[in-house]
Design a protein. Structure first.
Length: 358
């Protein structure tokens, strides 16, 4: 049995009006009445466990918390209403912040968690002192959009719950810990980190992935038939549908007032969130992996990085600020693959935000 909690980290269940949430903490030793608090939000097919090394490495005067989203880790398993985009998740995170009386936190979101963090900023801006987006989902959602965010088809065909690999879903449900092709471990090695990168604690990361609750109400969700290639469109239930571009749009952050400083960290070899994502069905069609692709004029791959950069540039033009940290030899997990660079950038953001608020 793998011991998944690292020394110095504690886990507790926080009962909020919305759910019973599992929260990890590396406490602060700050003697001041108000300690700096960083709250980490994980991505899809993962949990708070992934944040532990970074939490442990932060200065002792920083309180570090990480929350499990519903249906992940040790938080309560509840249905995900995808018609609300990621708001079931962001409202849950806000309820944890409120229940613990944290006030404004330095919010860090990874991948899908980046989308959750952006949605939280939109809906509860008073809770966000700074925003760090690590390999975040595009502000226009995952798949099915052109550079300007417009839908490629009215129903966003090829996005949502129908895009999951059934074999991978079955392996998650079965608790597959092998290194066979298609297993969570193989997917982690091939897509969570860049080739050749082998962060320690891999067994913990696999246990984290295996906490993902499967089914129509959780991962991956449902789908609906479509007359457009590849034959399906988003449904209204479950995790992957929360990021469908028909329901997910966080570009409104450009108009948030006041605007917290933003840090955007991403790897140049990211196979999940990129301008040529291997999880974008249009990209797989272009590569010939999925047959019948109608061509680049009809179904081009989503330019995820270009979209995020364009939205953050508008954020800056309208009075905000953002820092981009693009890392070579880095995949989808900068905090594991390049922890020193990630930590330095995060702490610089926090220090700047605290000075501006003083």
């Amino acid at each position: 049995m793998v011991d998944t909690i690292l020394p110095g980290i504690t886990a507790r269940r926080v009962q909020t009006p919305r759910l019973a949430a599992n929260v990890l903490e590396r406490p602060s030793d700050a003697r001041s009445a108000v300690a700096r608090t960083v709250l980490f939000v994980h991505g899809n097919v993962s949990s708070s466990l992934f944040w532990q090394p970074m939490m442990r490495s932060l200065p002792a005067d920083v309180r570090a918390l990480a929350v499990d989203l519903r249906g992940f880790g040790d938080s309560e398993t509840l249905p995900v209403d995808a018609t609300r985009g990621v708001r079931d998740f962001s409202d849950d995170v806000a309820s944890v912040i409120d229940t613990l009386g944290l006030g404004a936190v330095h919010l860090v979101g990874w991948s899908m968690g980046g989308g959750v963090a952006m949605q939280l900023l939109l809906d509860r801006p008073e809770l966000v002192a700074s925003l760090t987006l690590q390999a975040p989902v595009s502000p226009y959602g995952f798949g099915g959009t052109a550079l300007d965010g417009s839908l490629l088809t009215p129903d966003a065909a090829g996005t949502g719950g129908g895009g999951a690999n059934p074999d991978f879903v079955a392996r998650l449900a079965a608790g597959d810990r092998s290194d066979e092709e298609g297993s969570p471990r193989a997917v982690y090695r091939a897509t969570y980190v860049a080739a050749g990168n082998s962060p320690e604690h891999e067994d913990i990361w696999i246990e984290s992935m295996l906490t993902t609750k499967t089914g129509l109400d959780n991962y991956p969700g449902d789908s609906t038939p479509s007359e457009n290639w590849p034959g399906f469109a988003p449904g209204g239930r479950g995790i992957l549908n929360t990021m469908a571009p028909t329901v997910f749009d966080t570009t409104g952050i450009v108009d948030v007032d006041p605007k917290p400083p933003v840090l955007w960290v991403h790897g140049m070899q990211d196979a999940i969130v990129g301008d040529a994502s291997f999880f974008d069905l249009n990209q797989l069609g272009a590569l010939g992996i999925i047959p019948g692709w109608p061509g680049a004029e009809v179904a081009p791959p989503q330019p995820m990085i270009a979209q995020t950069r364009a939205v953050l540039e508008r954020y800056a033009e309208r009075g905000g600020s953002f820092t981009e940290l693009e890392l070579a030899d880095c995949g989808h997990s900068p905090h594991l693959e390049h922890p020193d660079e990630f930590r330095a950038a995060l702490l610089a953001l926090i220090e700047g935000a605290d000075r501006a608020a003083a």
